[in-house]
Design a protein around this ligand. Sequence first.
Ligand SMILES: [Cu+2]
Length: 190
Amino acid sequence: MTDHEPQPPASRRERRGQEREALHQVVVARRDARRAQRERAARLDKLRKLAFGGIVVAVLAVGGYLAFGDFLRRPADAASSGIIDVQSSMAGFTPSEIDVTAGQTVTLKWWTQDAAPHLTNGVHTMVSPDLGLHEELPAESTRLLTWTVPDKPGTYDVYCDSCCGGKDAPQMHGKIVVKAAPAAVPGTVG
Ligand SMILES: [Cu+2]
């Protein structure tokens, strides 16, 4: 019976089977290649997003630093900011402590928004007898005050005596910290 089995059809079936198998492999290979490409593209896209995110974070950090650096640096430091911003108000001095360097000439940008009727003689004052300071600031004004810091390192009291109880009111007092000038390096001309 098996002798009657026609061989050619069987081998044709086989061939067709092999062809189908080959075709299937091609299809699978193409599908795998497409998937790999998609995955590569996704990885690249993720990298691009990460890089972009990094740039955004860096830009925000720099912008934030520029915008809020003055707040972060409090108490105000003459060495890093050049001009020391000081506000006088009914709450006293803001910041309530400033750091300066002995012997250095500093500039205070001293300002107030308070109106004259609230202030004795229409001014806020900045008084520090130990440091030889006795200055006045007219109501609703800004004053650039240039001051050569005495060469006496230490922490000194400063107060306003023309509003809100003056010298007797604790909130009208602030601190001026005079830091020692950096020591000259031996062998160099200071
Ligand atoms: Cu005052």
